[in-house]
Design a protein around this ligand. Structure first.
Ligand code: TYD
Length: 139
């Protein structure tokens, strides 16, 4: 499958008023395609750091830079796309089995990640050659 048909950029509704901004992310197919089982956020990374560098066999993710900006490079073994996350209303949906790197974090970056599954180290692929092998076996 082409990478453009695998990831999605989602623009969330803005429910703000004169008191400030409010963004809601409902799971289960309402705003994002999966039921949210886990949330974590990454901050205090800087422009020299590369995070991620793994694929997940099962977990789907939704990434939002709720503050600042970062870049995400996603790779399906054949194509790569770089996406800059820089708006609290902008979400990046990443399905299972895409390789991902997060980098170029601004000093004020807070990267919120919503996940479809609980943490399980066994479903992580952390070696890129292993990733390519698995992708190619399944195609
Ligand atoms: P890591 O996978 O390296 O984070 P990133 O994808 O941002 O580069 O995770 C760092 C550590 O945190 C590692 O020891 C695993 C642990 N961890 C959890 O225990 N639960 C989680 O949900 C996540 C994402 C990581």
């Amino acid at each position: 499958m082409q990478i453009d048909q695998q990831y999605k950029i989602i623009e969330f509704k803005e429910l703000g008023d004169e008191r400030g901004n409010l963004v809601v992310i409902e799971g289960d197919g309402m705003d994002i395609p999966f039921d949210i089982k886990r949330a974590f956020y990454i901050y205090g990374s800087d422009a020299t750091v590369v995070r991620g560098q793994h694929a997940n066999k099962e977990t789907e993710f939704l990434l939002v830079n709720v503050s600042g900006s970062s870049k995400v490079k996603i790779d399906n073994g054949r194509e790569q796309v770089i996406i800059e996350l820089n708006k609290p209303r902008m979400g990046l949906y990443i399905p299972a089995m895409l390789w991902k790197d997060m980098y170029d974090f601004s000093a004020d970056s807070v990267l919120l990640v919503l996940a479809s599954r609980h943490y399980d180290e066994k479903e992580y692929i952390r070696d890129y050659d292993d990733y390519l092998k698995i992708i190619n076996e399944n195609n």
